[in-house]
Design a protein around this ligand. Structure first.
Ligand SMILES: [Zn+2]
Length: 341
């Protein structure tokens, strides 16, 4: 926790126009903030957090994606009871990982947050995985600095609203990264330096995760600014352990009945290494599928709370360790903070 003086110094050092915590927030106890679609909250207020889920996704591609492809009321009415249900089961914060060009709709998220009382967090950035199908043209035409300047502007309001992102979402496939994928990671590093937003990267495998850290380091950004999303895609635990030892967040976010055993295995390995304080766990569940009748097969968000945590407890994970995974770690991972190497 920073002292007030240090906090103010740090904020001033960020420079005009690049202030990473709204000045109005500076007077609050703790002076640390996580940015939700309703504005900043103290990291300690997040409580039980699902750190990687989706409310809506449109897989049509960057060229055809459009608000005209869905009925907002229908999406709202479909998602609302599913979100209310998981809140009733104990979830207080919901991190929506749908990026721009894949169906991010921050006004919808804001409405759902108001209606449910959930803290909802959205993102800026671009998703370069899936063969770059979701990258807009500007990524190819512009430099990393120009791309970053778009995201930095967006950090003070998305799509003409005052709704701010709480992290940067990017994505890459397996190593070696393509030129465009390297560029979005580089742009994310520049954006992090200006905003303190944590960088979440959908990642194909362990080598791709390593390559990202090299790019971040070349910009002076610490591995602790990076969340390795879909770490379960890498079967070799050594990669997870190495990355966590360097300070990176490791996100095992594909929890479901079929993957339960594999996820417990990954968590046990990190527990043995005393690295659980670098781990996030979520389901990558949901969502309203744009383009499918009534949103298609929308899976709920309950499994972790109803089944997976009881299974972890049976496997010897303590209450304290569960709190580390679902309360402490998300609060820390998403705190606005410039993390320099
Ligand atoms: Zn996802």
């Amino acid at each position: 926790m920073l002292s007030r003086r240090k906090f103010i110094n740090k904020t001033l050092l960020a420079g005009a126009g690049a202030c990473w915590v709204p000045r109005a927030y500076c007077g609050h106890a703790g002076h640390e903030a996580v940015m939700t679609v309703n504005g900043p909250v103290h990291p300690g207020d997040l409580q039980f957090t699902l750190s990687h889920e989706h409310i809506m996704v449109d897989f049509i591609g960057a060229e055809k994606v459009s608000r005209d492809r869905y009925n907002t009321e229908e999406v709202f009415n479909t998602a609302l009871p599913i979100l209310q249900d998981v809140k009733k089961k104990g979830c207080l914060t919901f991190i929506d990982c749908t990026p721009a060009y894949l169906g991010r709709d921050v006004q919808l998220l804001h409405r759902l947050s108001k209606a449910t009382g959930l803290h909802i967090i959205t993102n800026t950035g671009c998703y370069g995985a899936a063969g770059e199908k979701y990258l807009p043209g500007y990524v190819y035409a512009e430099t990393a600095e120009q791309i970053a300047s778009r995201w930095i502007i967006e950090s003070s309001g998305i799509d003409g609203t005052e709704i701010r992102p709480g992290f940067i979402k990017t994505g890459v496939d397996k190593a070696p990264l393509t030129a465009a994928q390297r560029k979005v990671i580089d742009a994310a590093a520049i954006t992090h330096l200006a905003t303190g937003l944590t960088i979440g990267v959908h990642t194909g495998n362990g080598e791709a995760a390593k390559e990202q850290l090299e790019i971040l380091r070349s910009r002076g950004v610490s591995p602790s600014a990076r969340i390795w999303i879909h770490a379960q895609n890498e079967g070799n635990n050594r990669y997870h352990i190495d990355a966590a030892r360097q300070g990176s967040w490791i996100s095992f976010d594909g929890v479901n009945p079929e993957s339960k055993e594999a996820h417990i295995g990954y968590l046990k390995a990190l527990k043995t290494e005393k690295l659980l304080d670098h781990v996030l766990v979520s389901q990558d569940s949901g969502w309203y599928h744009v383009g499918e009748p009534r949103g298609g097969d929308y899976k709920n968000y309950n499994y972790i709370l109803t089944d997976f945590i009881p299974a972890l407890r049976q496997q010897g994970f303590t209450k304290g360790e569960i709190n580390t995974l679902f309360i402490r770690n998300p609060g820390q991972a998403f705190t606005l903070s410039k993390r320099l190497k």
